[in-house]
Design a protein around this ligand. Sequence first.
Ligand code: PLP
Length: 403
Amino acid sequence: MDHVIPALMPTYNRADLAFERGEGAWLWTTDGRRYLDFGAGIATSSLGHGHPHLTKVIAEQAAKVMHVSNLYRVPQAEELAARHVAHSFADSVFFCNSGAEANEGMVKAVRKYHAEQGHPERFHMICFEGAFHGRTLGMLSATGNEKYLAGFGPPVQGFDHVPFGNMNAVRAAIGPQTAGIMIEPVQGEGGVRPADLRFLRELRAVCDEFGLLLALDEVQTGMGRSGKLWAHEWAGIEPDVMSSAKGIGGGFPLGAILAREKVAKYLKPGTHGTTYGGGPLACAAGNAVLDVVLAPGFLDQVDRVARVLWRGLLDLAAKHPTVISGVQGAGLLLGLKLRPEVNNGEMQGAAVAEGLLTVAAGMNVLRLAPPLIITETEVEQALALLDRACLRMTPSQAQVAAK
Ligand SMILES: *Cc1c(COP(=O)(O)O)cnc(C)c1O
């Protein structure tokens, strides 16, 4: 029988590139071409490819014991949790396998907190237009994007959306059913849009005023990507609960819910769980990533190199005003906002043609999220490749005249 569908389910529009190996910020295809990786597997390969410490720890742990389940103590998870507690607002940590799973658990924790206060009717999260929180049924509803929801039945109840950055709309949305506010410090998929630091402080204040929990989705912004360990540190605030994933495993699947005691204490045995989550192998990887990210000077270097990239992108925007209309983001999560005439998917293709990998994001933005180990030389190389990609996208004089 003839099958038209590929064996690998066609849920993605994949670029026709297959990588065989990587080293640092570079990837080589099976046919030997080399690419500078400014996508890092969607802001995930935080230490780049083939990092000697991370790969050694994973190989050694895999040979010892890979999985035992959460029926037993897992020393690697206990150590990783203690280190996260020591370096964040959190008092307790739950490990899982992905960003969507971390967010699901985070919303469950918020709902449970209010139920335990005698307010089970308080189960609504205020979320933001342009958000992305994952692809499970619950997180599609938290995301609220009609395009992603279409065809999958009624949305899960309890997610109210307001415009990103609009404090009046937040206040107007608060009601007797509101349990918390859920926000990405920088909207990643939605277009690399940073929340105003003052807006984040106001959200903290409004949560305190109304007894709501502030739930941050730092799946993409966390683990050093912003130049601080967690992006909310820039605002000088602390959430009540936070999700993370992507960069915390350096490419090995790992998610986490970090919570204050007042929230975490209600997640007693039987309330939440996962088979794989917090296993020896994933947590060994998580510890190896922390070894590197917490080493003295590492985050300072991320901040320094991010500023070089930022300045370079501003120069690029000034040089190519018919292609780029602005630069936005934070740390090593930056976006080139493209002119409406320039399609971000085509620009991504132009960058690939020059040997540079990037990731498209919402609102016609080209996202740059290199590994955190990127050097200034590599940033200069990427800027040169982007310059050439811009030339490919620049409308010819004839096209301009015709408009
Ligand atoms: C990627 C992402 C998610 C979903 O993570 P998965 O690991 O794909 O489930 C959730 N929130 C944010 C902010 C993300 O960037």
